[in-house]
Design a protein around this ligand. Structure first.
Ligand SMILES: [Cu+2]
Length: 287
């Protein structure tokens, strides 16, 4: 009898602390979470993704946020069920709870429901991947990307111009806004990965093959780019800058860069014989 009284007291004490402590902690943490999030409501609603600067990026963002909301709803529902079961059916005295057998409708539901969720996620992923990978017949600008140990070269085959990063000099890829840009990637050595976080996209640069992708730029600005594949000892030096500018500024850039290249005044700009984008990409990569 004494033992059961002691046990009851401990359980009551336990339930009291369960009721108060986690909630107090959560309330204390809440301002900290808001503070650490930088109070950027838009970024919080993008679940950490940057604001996209290409049309394809908007589609990728909607896929990401959709999947995140779905995961959030499922997560909250599952945790609520777990907590509800923990509190609702916690031990009370020495009474044995009602013993039950299987429940066919509920078991059928929790087998079928995950398949429905996977099916929906699969559908949207396949749909958006097809959209992002789509290449148009006549892109406005073709850019050859050469990733090499340890820098980048950008070729403008239609302009017979190439931009090559040198040690200590980060190359800038200038692109016009509101245009369809086709990228053709190659590598003379190992696998690299062309990544512009604000595109919400990266693609491997693989030796022996030309990987292609296309974006439509829709916002001007200067954005960081980097290699996203550990490609050797100086992988961290593989940085570049992407500058998306209005068309007249883009044309001015081409004129200036080509003039500097022709005059031999620049380490970064040089002229090429042109040709197809792939040929221009693979030709003359510095090593
Ligand atoms: Cu690399």
């Amino acid at each position: 009898m004494r033992r059961s009284t002691h046990c009851g007291a401990s359980l009551n004490g336990g339930s009291r602390s369960l009721r108060s402590t986690p909630w107090r902690r959560a309330l204390l943490l809440l301002p900290l979470i808001v503070l650490l999030s930088g109070c950027d409501k838009d970024k919080a609603l993008r679940f950490g993704f940057p604001e996209p600067v290409t049309q394809q990026g908007h589609r990728i963002l909607s896929l990401w946020t959709g999947a995140f909301w779905a995961a959030l709803v499922v997560g909250v529902f599952v945790y609520a069920l777990i907590l509800w079961a923990c509190f609702r059916f916690r031990r009370r005295g020495s009474r044995v709870p009602r013993q039950v057998h299987y429940n066919v409708p509920i078991e059928a539901l929790y087998v079928a429901l995950p398949f429905v969720i996977i099916g929906v996620l699969f559908y949207y992923t396949a749909r958006d991947e097809t959209y992002v990978d789509k290449l148009t017949k006549n892109p406005d600008v073709r850019i050859g990307v050469v990733g090499f140990q340890w820098n980048w070269q950008f070729n403008y085959p239609d302009e017979k111009l190439q931009v090559t990063g040198r040690p200590g000099q980060i190359p800038t890829l200038v692109l016009p806004v509101d245009k369809r840009i086709l990228f053709i990637e190659t590598s003379p050595d190992v696998i690299h990965s062309f990544w512009v976080p604000d595109f919400l996209f990266k693609r491997d640069v693989v030796p022996g093959r030309a990987n292609r992708f296309e974006v439509r730029t829709d916002k001007t600005g200067t954005f960081d780019g980097r290699c996203a594949e550990l490609c050797g000892v100086y992988h961290s030096r593989m940085l570049f800058t992407v500058k998306i500018v209005p068309e007249n500024e883009y044309k001015r850039f081409l004129i200036t860069a080509k003039a500097q290249a022709a005059a031999g005044k620049s380490d970064i700009y040089s002229t090429t014989s042109g040709g197809t984008a792939t040929a221009a990409v693979t030709a003359g990569s510095p090593h």
